[in-house]
Design a protein around this ligand. Structure first.
Ligand SMILES: NC(=O)c1ccc[n+]([C@@H]2O[C@H](COP(=O)([O-])OP(=O)(O)OC[C@H]3O[C@@H](n4cnc5c(N)ncnc54)[C@H](OP(=O)(O)O)[C@@H]3O)[C@@H](O)[C@H]2O)c1
Length: 297
C-alpha cells in the first residue's frame, strides 16, 4: 500500500514510518514547513499529487498544558487539521487513519474505557482532539480512529526520557500516584496501527500496551530496570505524591485505562504488557541516545 504520514517528524510518526516500510509498504511523508495540515492548499497540493491509498494523521498539537492558553491554535491543528485531511482524502479516494487520545474521556470511571463510552474531556487538548475525531468521522465516515495513551519512544520528548534525566541528577524525585492509565511504546502502537490498516478496519479502536499503571508505578519500573542493568543513579528516594502537590495548567483525567477488546478481536494477536515493552525499549537503545531530546517535557 502507498501510505502518506502527516506530521512525519513526530515521535509516533517516526516509528510508524519504519514499521510500515519494514512490512513492505511505500511510505510517503509530510512535515512542516512544507506540509501543514491547517493549510488546506498545502494538504490539497500534497495529497492530490501523491494519491496515497491511506493517509495517517500523526500531526497534532500535543503540548497539553500550553493548550489551555493556546485554545485557538490547539483547535486549529487538532480539530480543523483532521477535517482538512478528511476532506482531501475523500476527494482523492484515500482511507484516513487519525490518531487520538485517552484524554477524550473525563477519567471518572474506574474500569477501562471502551470505544462507545461517553466522552467528556477535562482539558483543552482533550476537547480539541475530540473535535478532530468528530470532524474526521463526519467528513469521512469510514475513517479509522486509534485512541492511545501515555506514549514514549526514541524520537521526541516523553516521560521515560525525563525520568532517566532526573534519576541521574537528583537524590529524590516525586511522582504522581493518583493518575492511572497505561504507558504505550510507540513501536507497539506502530505495529497495531499497521495491523489495523492492513486489515481494513474502520471506526474507533483503542490501543495501548497491556496492564495498568500510575505515573509512580511507571517511574518505579524505570528505576528497577535501570538498576538491573547496573546503571549508576544519583536517586535515593522515589516518592509517590498526589496530583494536588503538582498543580498544572491543564487538569488530567485521574483514570484513563483503555479497553482493547475490539482491537484484540479484530487483529487476534496478544498485546505486550507495558512492563515488557518498557524493558524492550530500555534494552534496545543506548541510554545516552534515549536521554537526548528532552526539551519539551
Ligand atoms: N504523546 C502522548 O503521550 C500521546 C498520548 C495519547 C495520544 N497521543 C496522540 O498521538 C499522536 C502522535 O503523538 P506524538 O507524541 O508522536 O506527537 P509529537 O511527537 O508531538 O508529534 C506531533 C507532530 O505533529 C507535527 N505538527 C504539529 N502541527 C502540525 C501542522 N499544522 N501540520 C503538520 N504537522 C504538524 C509536529 O511538527 P513540528 O515538528 O513541526 O512541531 C510534530 O512533528 C498525536 O495525535 C497525539 O495527540 C499522544
Amino acid at each position: 500500500m502507498k501510505v502518506f504520514i502527516a506530521g512525519a517528524n513526530g515521535m509516533l510518526a517516526h516509528d510508524l514510518a519504519a514499521m510500515l516500510a519494514e512490512r513492505g509498504h511505500e511510505v510517503l511523508k509530510g512535515a512542516r514547513p512544507e506540509f501543514d495540515i491547517i493549510d488546506i492548499n498545502s494538504v490539497q497540493k500534497t495529497i492530490e499529487g501523491l494519491r496515497p491509498d491511506v493517509v495517517v494523521n500523526c500531526a497534532a498539537y500535543t503540548a497539553v498544558d500550553s493548550a489551555e492558553k493556546e485554545r485557538e491554535l490547539a483547535f486549529k491543528i487538532n480539530g480543523e487539521g483532521p477535517a482538512n485531511l478528511a476532506t482531501v482524502a475523500s476527494e482523492v479516494g484515500s482511507a484516513l487513519v487519525h490518531i487520538s487520545t485517552d484524554f477524550v474521556f473525563d477519567g471518572k470511571k474506574n474500569t477501562p474505557y471502551n470505544e462507545s463510552d461517553p466522552t467528556g474531556p477535562v482539558n483543552v487538548y482533550g476537547e480539541s482532539k475530540l473535535a478532530g475525531e468528530i470532524n474526521a468521522r463526519k467528513i469521512l465516515p469510514g475513517s479509522l480512529i486509534v485512541r492511545t495513551s501515555w506514549l514514549y519512544g526514541l524520537q521526541g520528548p516523553n516521560f521515560v526520557k525525563t525520568m532517566i534525566g532526573l534519576l541521574s541528577e537528583r537524590e529524590s524525585v516525586d511522582v504522581v500516584v493518583d493518575q492511572v492509565g497505561c504507558p504505550t511504546y510507540t513501536v507497539d502502537l506502530a505495529e497495531a496501527v499497521a495491523s489495523l490498516v492492513e486489515a481494513g478496519c474502520k471506526g474507533i479502536f483503542h490501543f495501548s500496551n497491556e496492564g495498568v499503571a500510575s505515573w509512580y508505578d511507571f517511574a518505579y519500573e524505570i528505576v528497577e530496570i535501570l538498576k538491573s542493568k547496573g546503571t549508576r543513579l544519583k536517586l535515593k528516594a522515589l516518592r509517590p505524591v498526589l496530583t494536588k502537590k503538582f498543580p498544572r495548567p491543564a487538569p488530567r483525567p485521574s483514570y484513563s485505562v483503555l479497553d482493547k477488546t475490539r482491537y484484540r478481536v479484530a487483529i487476534g494477536s496478544d498485546i505486550p504488557h507495558w512492563r515488557d515493552a518498557l524493558k524492550r525499549f530500555l534494552d534496545s537503545h543506548d541510554l545516552e541516545a534515549i536521554k537526548k531530546d528532552t526539551r519539551r517535557c
